[in-house]
Write a protein that binds this ligand. Sequence first.
Ligand code: AMP
Length: 396
Amino acid sequence: MKVLVINCGSSSLKYQLFNMENQSVLAKGIVERIGLEGGMLKHQPANKDKVEISENIPNHKVAVKMMLDALLDKKHGVLENISEISAVGHRVAHGGEKFARPVLINDAILEGLKECIPLAPLHNPANVLGIEAVRQILPETPMAAIFDTAFHQTIPEHAYIYGIPYELYKKYSIRRYGFHGTSHRYVSMQVARFLGKPIEDLKIVTLHLGNGSSISAVKNGKSIENSMGFTPLEGIVMGTRCGSIDPSIVFFLMEKEGISLDKINDYLNKKCGVLGISGVSSDFRDLEDAAAAGNTRAKLALDVFAYQAKKYIGSYAAAMNGLDAIVFTGGIGENSISIRRMICDEMDYFGIKIDDAKNNVRGKEADISADGSKTRVLVIPTNEELMIALDTVSLI
Ligand code: AMP
């Protein structure tokens, strides 16, 4: 069975085609600059050369058509016939309180997705556009929606309610949702497999550390906390996002710096975080290089990041009344040896001790715990696309 996974943004469409018999990727690619000048398709078939096609791509329907043409192409394609695609899985950013699990898409579900747009005005409209475009071209192919928020719908009320009038939660659905759910679910399942224990018996802190970072408490296989909240702006300081700050800072900044209401969200999302602290970069490779060369603000940015991650681990151990394992994933979690070292430093109270030689690993599954570490410390590369494909198969 072949399953196509689609992650549609406002001007881009990422895809991966899986052979579910062995979970291998047959082809993957990205259509970029949809609706902008300089449209481009980058297509990488397995075991064949990569191709790039520059073309005007006015809308998502044209982007979907380009992707399908590439998959069917005589030279760089991997399909003989479009009917070989058994199902399509779509990543959807926000499922609100409506969607607590993946769903098969029909007219009613599509309406439900549209109702979630106010909760994620930057992401959900693009997801809906992608679904509608694929539906027009492949009307008979079953399609599933897999939500970034769904895994976190098990977060209990006392953890998702904010200190604002309850009527406003009811009126506007203002509550903690949590994000990166597909990744947190995938890596927590992999931890259970790695440790050879049922997930129902484990208390795990999953650290998805990338351009956007979120940390989850996964107790007995269920998410009970996530550091991101109503939006992905809350939580640990990120590449360019400020993370949790005193809300008063927002009004103070608006007044003192003359930042208007329509600019402040963009400012907090794009100009802050480790980029803002360091003044160097949002990329942790640049920060590590700069810190090693003596840049004190780059070092400070890394220190702030690691310290905040450490605090989440401690608070989530408290929330779960215990901790069996922590797992690092995402671009930083999988690759940054020094960030993992900094986060795990002086955490023996929580049973966390890592082995520097074992920690000397990038981008692959590893147990980096020191001998005698009560809490196991793992690195597990995330694979959100595979999780989406697996969810899609279960649904059909
Ligand atoms: P993601 O959003 O999960 O793709 O993660 C992207 C981020 O991972 C980049 O912005 C870098 O900050 C970080 N990253 C990737 N490779 C490395 C590396 N070798 N060392 C440190 N950070 C890395």
